[in-house]
Structures are given as structure tokens and as C-alpha cells.
Ligand binder design. Structure first.
Ligand code: HEM
Length: 524
């Protein structure tokens, strides 16, 4: 009798479990409903579709458009990738549930670019991120340090004018034609090299103030890394395929990183030695500050490797957004001269024609800042924000977001969302002016567009980034009049297919518009 009861009890228990699973599973699945998205295959998920539909960011956006959704789930290898174009959901991720979504991916491109997560932007949540973010916020990017570095920024703002002025003069046969992309990218590279290493050039530069081959290589390598970080590499989603490097992303990244560190490392090593030998007595730039930081016991706070990795990251954070925005802004405004005219009227009142724009003017340049902000909205440099990784399972907008998901806020998706913005594709700076005439800032903490983002992982360099963007823009349009090249009725505003840059670098006619003595003071 006893012998029969035990198997029967087991049978009943098994049946109960099976019945529970059968009846409860749909409810469970409903509770854990993922955002809509294409079906993938085992192990690889949607990686095959991704590889067949380059560029990936356009494929992801077209999948979302076809499904008519502002949030999706696309499984790439073992990772749930969650693209988002809705500001309401973006706020849920980065404001309401910020602490859950405050990590970064652990993947090949992030690991290589941060030298094994020694930095701030690319490092997953943890003590190293906290340490490096604090170093940046307190010791490098604070308002006090910003003031301390003022003269160096101005030196490069003057060099920008000198360079463009020389381009106007030297390219007389081309009628003053200027490659705005080169001018803007090199200004950003020059400013950050000046702030960090107290020098504009790694080599000798060029006579006209332009970049030498070293600076061209340096800035190009920074842009290459920016293209390939989180650039939808196979190895970022299936780590065991990293050794095969099927898409060459690893090789390209390693080469670009080597092209940067070959300039940085000797500078950093020399400077550390000079401090060690007592050959320097006063801090002059960011590198000095980083070398001299101390922990609570008076020992160096940062290792040499941490200093080197952080400097690469600061360079990366600085070069792309301001230069891309201002190239697009100028292109849009050459095609809409009434907007350019209004910006110039403001500059005429605030600055006049007898001097150059100074940082103290920037607060008053509301329309100029509205133009820059409009460019961040409509022409962001990157299709997605830096990925935010969920540190635990969560529910957002009624959807299940599994731990480890990569949340990708779409920058064009938010900024061009027709539900949020009237005439979303029209360049209309007025939309950012406030009725009460209060200051215009380039940030948008409501995430109706994504410039500097918000929350724990929001940009730590808003002050420097806003200053550089506005100064670059204001100096260019105040210092020169800009027109389309002869025989070109309008600037071609076509976006590049592979990224969000202007398809062809902006070539425009520049003519000095200030009193001659203003340029002569710069040593021209
Ligand atoms: C116009 C210029 C800039 C723009 C538009 C911009 C934008 C951004 C964005 C979108 C993020 C990602 C935020 C997120 O994950 O939600 C970010 C992160 C960051 N940015 Fe900027 N940035 C700019 C300039 C700078 C500069 C000059 C620095 C100075 C070094 C800087 C330092 C950082 C840091 C440290 C983070 C990472 C924060 C973290 O992960 O904890 N940025 N920035």
C-alpha cells in the first residue's frame, strides 16, 4: 500500500506543476511582455538581419517605423537592445528609474576604448566609475576650474579667427572658400589639446594656423573611435566571437587608439617625470592637475594608466558634438539667410564690430544659442545616446526590460518626433526662445531632445561643451559673412547615408566682416 502511494503523490505533484505552468504561463508572459520587435533565431537573435541591413541605426529606426512603435526590443546575440524614441519613456528610463539604468555595456568596444574600464563615460556602474566621475566633476570640469582655464580657451578662439581669416586671404583664387568641417573639428581638437597639454599642436602645425599632419591624424583617430564605440560590432553582442573579429571593428579600434596614444603617452610620461624631478612648480593645465591629485593618505590618486585612459576619454567627449552642430547650423543658416541675419543683429547689439566675441558675451546671445540648440535637436552627431544598461529586471511603460538590456535613446528619434515637435524637420530656432526672455540653455532635461542627456550618467561637461559650441558658432558668424560657393544656389543639406553628418563637408565662402584692426590684433 505504502509503495503505491509514493509514486501516485509524485505523479499528482508533477501534474500540478505542469497544469500550473500551462495556465499561469500566458499571465506570466503577459506580465513580462517585452517591447515589440522582430523575431530572431536562437543564439544569434537578430544579428543576421543586422548584418544584412547596414547601417544598423537606419535599420533599427525603419523596424520601429514599420511597427509604429516608440520602443522596441531587438535581440542581438544574448543582449536585449531597447531603442526608444518617446520622451515620456526616455524620462522613465533616465529620471524615474535612473538608478536601475545607470550602467554601461561590458563589451569589446567599450573595454578597448577605456583601457579596461579605467575611465568615466564608458565604465559600467561601480567604484571605478564613481572615482573617475568625481575626479572629472570636482577637479576638471567644476566652474572654478573652468574659470582657471579661460585664457587657454580664448587663445584657441583667437586661433580659429586667425585660421579662417588666413583661409579667406590665402584661397583668393578660390574666392575665400573655407572647409568649415576642418575649421570646426580642428578648433575642438585645439581647445582640448590646449586645456590638457597646454599646446595646440603635437607637431609644428601649419603656417596659416591650420592643422599639421599630426593634428589631422589625431582628430581623425578620435572620430574613428567615436564611430566604432558601441558601433554594433558582432563581438559586442557575442563575446566569444571577439577573437575572429569578423567585422574588423576590433582591428580598426586598436589602430585608432594606437594613433592617439602615440601622441599622448610621451607627453604624459615626460610630464610625470618632470614633476617627479621637481622641474615644475606650478600647475598649468589639466594634465598637471591629474598628476597631482592625492588620495586621503597623500599618495597619487590616479595611476599613470588611469591618467592616460581618462585623457583619451576627455578628448573623445569634446571633439564631435560642437563641431558637427556648428557645421550643420551654418549650412542651414546659409540656406535661410533671414535666420542668419537675426543672429547677426543680436551679435551686432551685444558685441558690435570693433572687437571679437568674448565668453562674457555668451549669456546674452540667446538667439545664437537657440540656433545651436536647434541644430542639436535636428542634427545630432550620433544616432543613439551612450547605452544605458539595466542592473536588474524592470518594467517600463508596461514592458518587461530584462536585466542587462542596452537601452538606446534615439537622438534623432526624440528630436524629430512628430508627436512632440511641430514641423520636426524644419530648422526653426525660435522654438527654443522663452516667452519670458529668460536664458536659453543647450540642455533639455525633459528629454524632448537629447543634447547632454540627464541623470547619474548625464554629461559631466555641460559647461565646457556649451561654451565651446556657442563660442565656435558665435565667432564664425560674427567674424565672417558666409555664403554658398559661386554657382551653388543652395547648400546641399543631404545627410550622409552611413551616419548623421552632412553628406559632403560644408564648403562656404567667408569674408571678414569686422574692422580690419580686429584681425590685425591677432597678429595677421
Ligand atoms: C556639446 C558638447 C557635448 C555634448 C552634446 C555632450 C553630450 C553627452 C551625452 C549625450 C552623454 C551621455 C549621457 C548619458 O549616458 O545619458 C555625455 C556623457 C558624458 N560627457 Fe558629454 N557632451 C559634450 C561635451 C562634453 C565635454 C566637453 C566633456 C568634458 C570632458 C564631457 C564629459 C562627459 C562625461 C564625463 C560623460 C559621462 C557621464 C557618465 O557616464 O557618468 N562631455 N555627454
Amino acid at each position: 500500500m505504502e509503495n503505491n502511494t509514493i509514486p501516485l503523490a509524485i505523479l499528482i505533484a508533477v501534474l500540478l506543476v505542469i497544469t500550473t505552468i500551462i495556465f499561469e504561463w500566458p499571465c506570466y508572459m503577459k506580465r513580462r511582455k517585452l517591447p515589440p520587435g522582430p523575431t530572431g533565431i536562437p543564439i544569434f537573435g537578430c544579428l543576421p538581419q543586422m548584418l544584412l541591413n547596414k547601417p544598423t541605426f537606419r535599420w533599427i529606426h525603419s523596424v520601429m517605423d514599420n511597427m509604429n512603435t516608440e520602443i522596441a526590443c531587438i535581440r542581438l546575440g544574448g543582449v536585449h537592445v531597447i531603442p526608444v524614441t518617446s520622451p515620456e519613456l526616455a524620462r522613465e528610463f533616465l529620471k524615474k528609474q535612473d538608478s536601475t539604468f545607470a550602467s554601461r555595456p561590458d563589451c569589446m568596444s567599450g573595454r578597448l576604448s577605456s583601457n579596461g574600464y579605467l575611465t568615466a563615460v564608458l565604465t559600467p556602474m561601480g567604484d571605478q566609475w564613481k572615482k573617475m566621475r568625481k575626479v572629472l566633476a570636482t577637479n576638471i570640469l567644476s566652474p572654478a576650474k573652468h574659470n582657471w582655464l579661460h585664457d587657454k580657451r580664448m587663445e584657441e578662439a583667437d586661433n580659429l579667427i586667425r585660421y579662417v581669416y588666413n583661409q579667406c586671404k590665402n584661397s583668393l583664387e578660390a574666392g575665400g572658400l573655407v572647409n568649415v568641417r576642418i575649421a570646426a573639428q580642428q578648433y575642438c581638437g585645439n581647445v582640448i589639446r590646449r586645456l590638457i597639454f597646454n599646446k595646440k599642436h603635437f607637431g609644428n602645425g601649419k603656417e596659416d594656423g591650420g592643422p599639421g599632419p599630426e593634428e589631422v591624424e589625431h582628430v581623425a583617430a578620435l572620430f574613428t573611435i567615436l564611430t566604432y564605440i558601441y558601433g554594433f560590432s558582432i563581438a559586442d553582442y557575442i563575446p566569444w566571437l571577439e577573437i575572429f573579429d569578423f567585422d574588423d571593428h576590433k582591428e580598426i579600434l586598436k589602430k585608432a587608439i594606437a594613433n592617439i596614444t602615440k601622441y599622448h603617452d610621451p607627453e604624459i610620461d615626460d610630464r610625470i617625470q618632470m614633476w617627479g624631478k621637481g622641474m615644475i612648480a606650478m600647475e598649468e593645465d589639466i594634465l598637471d592637475v591629474l598628476i597631482n591629485l592625492k588620495d586621503s593618505k597623500g599618495a597619487p590618486l590616479l595611476t599613470i594608466e588611469e591618467i592616460k585612459a581618462l585623457i583619451v576619454e576627455i578628448m573623445l567627449a569634446t571633439v564631435d558634438n560642437p563641431s558637427n552642430a556648428i557645421e550643420w547650423a551654418l549650412a542651414e543658416m546659409i540656406n535661410q539667410p533671414e535666420i542668419l541675419k537675426r543672429a547677426l543683429e543680436e551679435l551686432e547689439i551685444v558685441v558690435g564690430r570693433d572687437r571679437l566675441v568674448q565668453e562674457s558675451d555668451l549669456t546674452y546671445l540667446k538667439y545664437v544659442k537657440a540656433c545651436a540648440k536647434e541644430t542639436f535637436r535636428i542634427h545630432p552627431i550620433a544616432p543613439f545616446n551612450v547605452p544605458h544598461v539595466s542592473m536588474e529586471d524592470a518594467t517600463v511603460g508596461g514592458y518587461f526590460i530584462p536585466k542587462g538590456s542596452h537601452v538606446l535613446l534615439s537622438r534623432p528619434g526624440l528630436g524629430r518626433n512628430p508627436r512632440i515637435w511641430e514641423e520636426p524637420l524644419k530648422f526653426k530656432p525660435e522654438r527654443h526662445l522663452k516667452d519670458d526672455c529668460s536664458d536659453v540653455v543647450l540642455t533639455d532635461s525633459d528629454l524632448r531632445m537629447l543634447s547632454f542627456s540627464t541623470g547619474r550618467r548625464g554629461c559631466a561637461g555641460v559647461l565646457l561643451g556649451s561654451t565651446m559650441t556657442t563660442m565656435l558658432f558665435a565667432r564664425l558668424i560674427h567674424g565672417f559673412s558666409w555664403n554658398a560657393p559661386p554657382d551653388v544656389p543652395n547648400i546641399d543639406l543631404t545627410e550622409s547615408e552611413g551616419d548623421l553628418l552632412l553628406a559632403k563637408p560644408l564648403l562656404a565662402l567667408a569674408k571678414p566682416r569686422l574692422s580690419e584692426h580686429v584681425y590685425q590684433q591677432l597678429g595677421n
